[in-house]
Design a protein around this ligand. Structure first.
Ligand code: ADP
Ligand code: ZN
Length: 605
């Protein structure tokens, strides 16, 4: 069952504000919109049309409203700038005006409303001031009018790993957490340490929320979820107190899972924002860290968080005892997409001409959410035409609709592009495999990421090496050039896809020459002493520490290194042309291959 506990404070606040402004506007309009003028009043008096009159001075006492009753029964109002003059005028014409008390309405608009508005301004200012005096203070507690909105699913076990298609490795990594939540005692009695926090990283729609829910479902424990952006409110201090509330709720329900979606909204690198680094987000993050440090390991709360931007996260949250477990949720490959399609076709009637495998093939780059959307659109299409089944052509229509979102459009790639990417990545992979100081290859993928990269080749993580040797750096450059070389060998043509590779290789070669003294011709001299410091205008301010002549020599050296690497790398790839073709073909079929499959290709060569 889902339950939601959000106080309507914020909406009330705005409602009150809105009403006040409305009243004010109406008052103002009322004051100005009369079509009855002072001149007309004079006319009416002269013509003897006026039978009665009321004068209501406003707060100034000098100006005010004159309401006149005419012979025909109409009542007209006119604003006068001098009530005494109006009084005299009326008396002279033989009408005895009734003088009323000072107007209440003008009292509201002229005095009460400004006071209320001023009070609002003061509250805003106070919240900002109190914010920098830390979230714990009495004052900011006072401003915490709102309770958080936590979605709570009680441990009903409705969503399990069976609902999560594909993502085999990810599920494996998380099964330990499930095990722990089922019986926290077992682990603590053995002295095993279970992570407090798990960070799920991956593109939107790849199933991070679904996975977290499934972990809770498998363990049959409550699932408390909140979005990172819910913490960040306009009132300083609210975010921090919401974090406290969240953990209080969790402590009542142990063992359980806390899920924070879009954690990057809170946990962005500190000290980069405007406002001197004392802002609301930072306080919220600090509070989150305090809470995570505060509860004991193995206490039965696991905090899971999702993001698609690990690169902008504050490193503090990745320290031991916080989110020290990271699970990368990948976009599905062909087989994964077929499984996801099967899950979402479960309760839908498909016509016989629908082939889920074919659909999986044509949807490279789609996430689980995209595929779910696709099946849903197809079902809607079928319902609209009154057909009892979802047909292949309805899925095709849905594909056009779902796939043509501006961002996804770039992800739908042609066979030709797929082929180029496959050869490109294989080029990198072969060099990783053959050269001694780099690699081995962990996985190769040509699944489009939607953010530029058409594929990737991933080596096993580097052993922590303190020093880079010259030969290792040269091998790195060769690997980097490998993609472009493979394209050239196979297609005899060069695409723009390799431009970032070339940039990277050039940069590395240049630092060999100018920073590490690795070039024989230039010698052991450092011509580049910037500390990779990032500030605007660095390159402008960067004083050249060498002459034009040396600059020319550096360029020649860099080019010589690149040319040499290119030639050597090309020879290696040519030597393994058989693997190049086989691997690229395998990649086009499966989109992603792992270490064993790749290395097996060399065996049969
Ligand atoms: P994220 O949290 O990564 O943005 P979600 O978990 O919210 O993505 O996924 C959105 C929807 O996409 C899910 O509700 C589910 O219907 C579908 N989906 C995503 N991945 C999968 C998957 N591996 N298997 C089945 N459905 C999936
Ligand atoms: Zn490349």
């Amino acid at each position: 069952m889902e339950k939601s506990a959000r106080s309507p404070f914020r909406s009330y606040l705005w409602l009150i504000f809105f009403i006040l402004v409305l009243v004010w506007i109406l008052q103002t309009l009322k004051g100005n919109s009369t079509s009855y003028s002072y001149g007309q009043l004079q006319n009416d008096l002269i013509e003897g049309k006026v039978v009665g009159c009321e004068i209501t001075p406003d707060t100034t006492g000098k100006c005010g409203y004159v309401a006149v009753e005419l012979k025909n029964g109409a009542v007209q109002r006119v604003y006068v700038t001098d009530v005494n003059e109006a009084d005299n005028l009326l008396r002279a014409a033989g009408v005895d005006p009734v003088i009323k008390d000072k107007a209440v309405s003008t009292w509201i608009t002229n005095i009460l409303l400004p006071i209320i508005l001023l009070a609002f301004v003061i509250v805003f200012l106070m919240s900002a001031l109190l914010g920098s005096a830390q979230g714990q203070s009495q004052g900011s507690r006072m401003l915490n009018f709102g309770k958080i909105r936590i979605n709570i699913i009680n441990g009903d076990g409705k969503i399990t790993f069976a609902d999560v298609a594909g993502l085999k490795e990810e599920k494996e990594e998380l099964s330990e957490i499930v095990d722990f939540l089922k019986d926290p005692g077992k682990y603590s009695s053995l002295g095993a340490r279970i992570p407090k926090g798990v960070l799920l990283e991956g593109a939107p729609g790849t199933g991070k929320t679904l996975l977290a829910k499934a972990v809770a479902g498998e363990a049959k424990v409550p699932f408390l979820s909140i979005s990172g952006s819910d913490f960040v409110e306009m009132f300083v201090g609210v975010g921090a107190s919401r974090v406290r509330d969240l953990f209080e709720e969790a402590k009542k329900r142990m063992p359980c899972i806390i899920f924070i979606d879009e954690i990057d909204a809170v946990a962005r690198r500190r000290g980069t924002g405007l406002g001197g680094g004392h802002d609301e987000r930072e306080q919220t993050l600090n509070q989150l860290l305090v809470e995570m440090d505060g509860f004991k390991e193995n206490s039965g709360i696991i905090v899971m968080a999702a993001t698609n931007r690990v690169d902008i996260l504050d490193p503090a949250i990745l320290r031991p005892g916080r989110f020290d477990r990271k699970v990368t949720v990948q976009r599905p490959d062909v087989a994964g997409r077929e499984e996801i399609l099967k899950v979402h076709a479960r309760n839908k009637k498909l016509a016989e001409d629908v082939n889920l495998e074919n659909i999986a093939r044509t949807t490279a780059g789609f996430t689980g959410a995209d595929l779910e959307n696709l099946m849903n659109e197809a079902a809607i299409g079928a319902a609209r035409t009154g057909s009892p089944f979802i047909t292949a052509s309805q899925i095709k229509d849905a594909f056009v609709k779902v796939g043509m979102g501006t961002e996804k459009k770039s992800r739908i790639i042609s066979e030709k592009e797929k082929k180029i990417t496959a050869y490109h990545e294989t080029g990198h992979a072969i060099l990783f495999h053959v050269l001694p100081d780099v690699g081995p290859v962990y996985s190769i993928s040509i699944i489009p990421t939607g953010v530029g990269a058409a594929g990737y080749t991933m080596p096993l993580p580097d052993r922590d090496e303190m020093f880079l040797s010259k030969s290792k750096m040269l091998q790195d450059i060769m690997v980097t050039l490998g993609g472009r070389i493979a394209e050239e060998i196979i297609f005899g043509d060069i695409t723009t896809g390799a431009s970032s590779d070339i940039k990277k290789a050039t940069k590395e070669a240049r630092s060999m020459v100018t920073k590490f003294g690795m070039s024989d011709n230039i010698g052991v001299v450092c011509y580049d002493d910037d500390d990779d410091e990032v500030f605007i205008g660095r390159d402008l301010a960067h004083a050249k520490s060498h002459s034009e002549e040396v600059a020319g020599e550096i360029d020649r050296e860099v080019k010589a290194i690149i040319d040499d690497c290119y030639k050597k790398a090309k020879d290696i790839i040519l030597e393994h042309q058989g693997v190049l073709h086989k691997c690229a073909e395998l990649l086009m079929e499966k989109e992603k291959i792992g270490r064993e499959e790749f290395e097996a290709l060399f065996g049969v060569n």
